[in-house]
Each structure stands twice: as structure tokens, then as C-alpha cells.
Design a protein around this ligand. Structure first.
Ligand code: ACO
Length: 432
């Protein structure tokens, strides 16, 4: 992790000057270090949506929105997607280096040892309504892990953190698959530890005890790629949530459960579900993509093109490029003709030529094509964001660990500019 000072900037206020350091990261990103601002001037900064605010320094993921660059620990996403599997990338994100053979095998083995969930946890699923959203189940059951593993909740104890990391990586696919089984009424399938991470998940999702089931390697490969593409994305809404919850010294399970809730929203991870629902709506409405592009442009209409636009990417989202190619390959290999893929391609074509989208630099994001792949695998729409959560888990963990290891870590506690009433007296009830 390289951070250096590269000069100073001066803030003038009320006749006096404050020199603030300009901090420079390893990719020459610059930031004003305003840690002394309030103490010296009484001022705070106001930056709704944190558009200009760095929450932390971080050595995990670098992205450049103008150039469409995404790298985990320095490695380009394109290379990781081409050469690695998801467990390997998880190791990279969490421990900061690509594992050698021995390290990776030990990591895989340990994860395999933890894939089952406590039998008593299965009873939670009886209490959820059949139509419960699997993201709600996921966050609840992950939060409940802290009731089962009370021996490993101390964020300051490295051994406890380590076992919690392995438990989470191992159990999240099981918890997720059980939430799907609950919705179908089928029996839960125990994990099979000789299978790979992705194969195991697909089997727990789609196998039934009464029949043999063979995992389609094409699906396992596509899933592996999608999970890698989702594995980290620096200070996004859910990761920032995990960090802020963790900053209070809440345990890892509680912090990750909060991250899952943040991811669920349609402006974040929930966009993949919302995107496929939107494509279906357009297809059902005759496939007139121009009509929906016009609706998205109309400021009186709150409709937005889901899967379009990104806070940081203003050129293209490199993950979307990888996923679109994978989507194309998968549909060809399976000889599938998904009408929603056709709608998506036409929508992209029209939007990318439209001045509104060009001027605002709105491009397809990671969620635009991922849903088509999940559909091809037979995953129900409600599970799409759950898939995102499984992918993002190592990134959340890596940030939580990095935060706790930082000597400058403090509880996350933003300030505000108060705009409510000034002091006033309570009027007794009889006089109101
Ligand atoms: N469709 C139509 N117009 C859009 C869209 C869209 N998808 N996205 C942004 N805009 C417009 C806004 O209306 C705004 O226009 P204006 O300048 O005329 O007011 C301008 O583009 C800037 O948009 P903001 O909402 O200010 O951008 P912000 O950075 O706050 O939001 C976001 C980014 C939330 C991703 C937004 O683009 C969006 O809502 N996209 C659709 C949801 C989505 O796909 N989310 C997934 C993001 S990726 C991820 O989280 C995994």
C-alpha cells in the first residue's frame, strides 16, 4: 500500500488560511487530507452521496472510471477472469497475494470443512413465508450465524476472525441455496465437498434427493466468471456499509449481514433483478426499446434504464464487457435463443446512440447482462442479487479485515449540517 504526500492546498476562511496536505495514492489519485479542518476552522464538508469523499485509503481494488480499469490487488479483472477461479480470487482479495498451490489447497480444504450449516439453523427456514425474498432470508440467516458461533466473534482476535472468514465463505452458498429450496418446497440438499465451489452451489440449487444430478460444466464456468466479476468494487454502497458497521467493532457476521441489506436495493446489487424485470416488461410490451429509452429520458417519469449508469464508470464498465461476451458464448453453446438478450442488445444499441445517454456518460453496467446468464442457468429472478452477494462476499471480508488492521481506524461517524427548528418550548397538549 503506497500513500505519500504530494504538496499542500490552502483553504481560506474568515481571514485565515489552513494548509492541508494533498495525499497521493499508488495510482496517482490525489485527495485533500481534511482531518484537521473542523478542529482548526469549525467547518465540516458537505458531500451528499459521498461523491467527492474518500472514506479510507485502501490497497485492495483500483478502478478508473474514465479509462474503464478494474484491478484487484493490482491484477486486471480481464486476466483474473481468464486464468483464476473464484476461490483463488477470494484468497487474493482477502490475503493480498495470489496463493501458491499449497496455500490454495489448504484454503479450499478449510472452506470445504465448513460448508454445512448447523442443523438447528434449518428450522429458521420453516418460519419464513414461502414467498420470502431470498435476500431477506440471506441477511437474516447470516446475521444469525453470530448466535451459533459465539466463540469466534471478537474482531480483534486473529484466529477467531480467520475461522469466521472460512465459515462465511463456505456457508453463504448453502444458506443461499436453501432459501431457494424453501421457495420451491423441495428438500434441502446437503453440500458435496468433492465438488468445486460453483459446482457445489449449482447442485444444492438444482438437485433433488430422488434423482441423480450432474452439474453442467458450462454453467459452473459461467458462474465462476460472474462471481469473479462481482468479487470487489472498492467503496461501493454495500462495502462502505460493511466497513461502517464493522467500525463499531460489530462482529464479522453482523457486518456482512448489513452489507447484504445494502446490496439488495435496486440502485445497487438489486439492479440485476430489476434489469431483467425491465427487459421482460419491454418484451411483453412488443419489444419497442425506443419507447423505454424515451421514458428513461423523460424527467416527469421516474423510470430509469436499469443496468445503465454508474457513479464511477463514465466510459464503460469492464465487467459488463466481460459478462456480455460470456453471455453471448453461453447462449451460443447452449443453442438458446433468449428474447430478453435480443431486447437487451437492441436497448443498448439505441441508448448508446442517444444524446441523453452520451452526454451523461451512461453505459451498461455489470448488472445489464448478468441476469441473462442467470436465466439461462435456470435461476429465478429473485435469486440474482443473492448471486451478487455470494460474489461480493470476499470483497466485503477483505475490506472489513483491512479496516481492522489499519492503525488509523476509527468508528465511522459522519457529521451533518442541521437544518431543523432552532430551540423552542414544548406547548402543553391542552394548548396545541
Ligand atoms: N436511466 C436514465 N437516466 C439516468 C440513469 C438511468 N439508468 N442513470 C443516471 N441517469 C441520469 C440521471 O437522471 C441524471 O440526469 P440529470 O443530470 O439530468 O439529473 C444523471 O444521469 C446522473 O445520474 P445520478 O443519479 O445523479 O448518478 P449517480 O451517480 O447518483 O447514480 C446510479 C448512479 C445509481 C447507478 C444510476 O446511474 C442509476 O440509478 N442506474 C440504474 C440502476 C443501476 O443500474 N444500478 C446498478 C449500479 S452498478 C452496481 O451497483 C452494482
Amino acid at each position: 500500500m503506497t500513500k505519500s504526500e504530494s504538496g499542500t492546498a490552502t483553504i481560506s476562511y474568515n481571514g485565515s488560511d489552513l494548509d492541508v496536505s494533498v495525499i497521493e495514492g499508488s495510482e496517482n489519485e490525489k485527495a485533500l487530507d481534511i482531518s484537521k479542518l473542523r478542529g482548526t476552522t469549525g467547518l465540516i464538508t458537505l458531500d451528499e452521496g459521498y461523491v467527492n469523499t474518500g472514506n479510507t485509503t485502501s490497497g485492495i481494488t483500483f478502478l478508473n472510471g474514465e479509462k474503464g480499469i478494474l484491478r484487484y490487488r493490482g491484477y486486471p479483472i480481464e486476466q483474473l477472469a481468464a486464468h483464476c477461479d473464484f476461490v483463488e480470487v477470494s484468497y487474493l482479495l482477502i490475503y493480498g497475494k495470489l496463493p501458491n498451490d499449497e496455500e490454495l489447497n489448504a484454503f479450499r480444504e478449510s472452506i470445504r470443512n465448513h460448508t454445512m450449516i448447523h442443523e438447528d439453523m434449518k428450522s429458521f427456514y420453516d418460519g419464513f413465508p414461502k414467498d420470502a425474498h431470498p435476500m431477506a432470508i440471506l441477511s437474516s440467516v447470516v446475521g444469525a450465524l453470530s448466535t451459533f458461533y459465539q466463540d469466534s466473534l471478537d474482531p480483534q482476535n486473529a484466529e477467531q476472525v480467520e475461522v469466521s472468514i472460512h465459515r462465511l465463505l463456505a456457508k453463504l452458498p448453502t444458506i443461499a441455496a436453501y432459501s431457494y429450496k424453501k421457495s420451491t418446497g423441495q428438500p434441502f440438499m446437503y453440500p458435496q465437498n468433492h465438488l468445486s465451489y460453483c459446482e457445489n452451489f449449482l447442485r444444492m440449487m438444482f438437485a433433488v434427493p430422488s434423482m441423480d444430478y450432474e452439474v453442467d460444466p458450462v454453467f459452473a464456468e459461467a458462474l465462476n466468471l460472474l462471481l469473479i466479476c462481482h468479487a470487489d468494487h472498492e467503496q461501493n454502497c454495500s462495502t462502505a456499509t460493511v466497513r461502517i458497521v464493522g467500525s463499531s467493532n460489530a462482529n464479522l457476521f453482523a457486518s456482512i449481514s448489513a452489507g447484504i441489506c445494502a446490496l439488495w436495493g435496486p440502485l445497487h446489487g438489486g439492479a440485476n433483478e430489476a434489469c431483467v424485470n425491465m427487459l421482460q416488461r419491454i418484451a411483453d410490451d412488443g419489444g419497442n426499446v425506443k419507447k423505454y429509452v424515451d421514458m428513461a429520458k423523460d424527467k416527469k417519469d421516474n423510470f430509469r434504464l436499469m443496468g445503465f449508469g454508474h457513479r464511477v464508470y463514465k466510459n464503460f464498465d469492464p465487467r459488463a464487457t466481460i459478462i456480455k461476451q460470456a453471455c453471448d458464448r453461453l447462449l451460443n453453446r447452449l443453442n438458446l435463443d433468449d428474447p430478453l438478450f435480443d431486447v437487451a442488445q437492441r436497448l443498448e444499441e439505441v441508448a448508446l446512440k442517444d444524446d441523453y445517454f452520451v452526454e451523461r456518460k451512461l453505459y451498461p453496467n455489470v448488472d445489464f447482462y448478468s441476469g441473462i446468464i442467470y436465466r439461462a442457468m435456470g435461476l429465478p429472478t429473485q435469486m440474482f442479487t443473492v448471486m451478487f452477494a455470494i460474489g461480493r462476499l470476499p470483497g466485503w471480508i477483505a475490506h472489513w479485515v483491512e479496516m481492522h488492521q489499519s492503525p488509523t481506524n476509527r468508528i465511522g461517524r459522519p457529521r451533518q449540517v442541521y437544518t431543523g427548528p432552532t430551540e423552542r418550548d414544548v406547548v402543553p397538549m391542552s394548548q396545541r
